[in-house]
Write a protein that binds this ligand. Structure first.
Ligand code: ATP
Length: 236
């Protein structure tokens, strides 16, 4: 059974329906990519999943139940965590304060010390910099804090919106290694990326979005070899 299922989802802003007829499934422990060029509607789909944008049509199901009427914080409590584009951290708080601030409810609060240890094991650099002001960290380190903050909510699904943007290849490699380890330990991942090559190499299954609609979907490896995908997104 899919952990997350979108059925015929339509949503948008003002008079415009930005995405239409979206069917998307993420299995438990599956790594799924959502790719497409600038403005295709990727972040809009993320908002439909995490509850920041109401649906205009269709359904979002989580563990078999409709969650369309749940607000964003209820969806976080249910196990869906987002690492937003631009990270949206508290720059004038320390790394530790940013991490702790995410674990203020229910199970996340009860298991806060354990989650913190897990985050520090995944990103040893954050342990070293726990007391450093977050705004003074490098871009890569800030991305690690943003992922760590999402993990502090003890999610089952981690949604990452453009995690590689603006980062040096070496740091991107480190971050994607951690994402691979998380998937192996049972997390489901939705990776939203403009870097099509990177995201198809790092996931099991992928959806290609163009002007608000899914135009291709399939095993990521197969899409990497798909002539039209190569022509449109990989510069062939
Ligand atoms: P990018 O990679 O540039 O973030 P994207 O694929 O994530 O692109 P979205 O951010 O979902 O695309 O934007 C899709 C469309 O919706 C764009 O035309 C954008 O201008 C519009 N849009 C996004 N956010 C809003 C908003 N808050 N109000 C009105 N229109 C918006």
């Amino acid at each position: 059974m899919s952990a997350l299922r979108l059925k015929d989802v339509c949503t948008g802003y003002g008079h415009i329906n930005v995405v239409r007829g979206i069917d998307l499934d993420i299995g438990s422990g599956q790594r799924v990519a959502l790719v497409g060029s600038n403005g295709a509607g990727k972040s809009t789909i993320v908002r439909a999943i995490n509850g920041l944008l109401p649906l205009r049509d269709g359904r979002v199901e989580w563990d078999g139940a409709s969650i369309g009427s749940l607000g964003a914080s209820q969806r976080t409590r249910a196990g869906i965590a987002t690492v937003p584009e631009g990270r949206l951290l508290f720059p004038e708080c320390t790394v530790l304060e940013n991490l702790i601030a995410a674990a203020t409810f229910g199970d996340a609060k009860v298991h806060r010390a354990q989650s913190l240890e897990t985050v520090f094991e995944l990103f040893p650099r954050l342990r070293e910099r726990a007391k450093q002001m977050t705004g003074t960290l490098s871009g890569g380190e800030q991305q690690m804090v943003a992922i760590g903050r999402a993990l502090m909510t003890r999610p089952k699904l981690l949604i990452l919106d453009e995690p590689s943007i603006g980062l040096a290849p070496k740091v991107v490699g480190e971050i994607f290694d951690v994402l691979g380890r998380l998937a192996k330990s049972g997390f489901s991942l939705l990776l939203v990326e403009q870097n099509v090559q990177l995201s198809l190499r790092s996931t099991d299954y992928a959806y290609v979005l163009r002007q608000g609609q899914i135009v291709f979907s399939g095993e990521s490896g197969a899409l990497l070899d798909h002539p039209e995908v190569r022509r449109a997104y990989l510069g062939d």
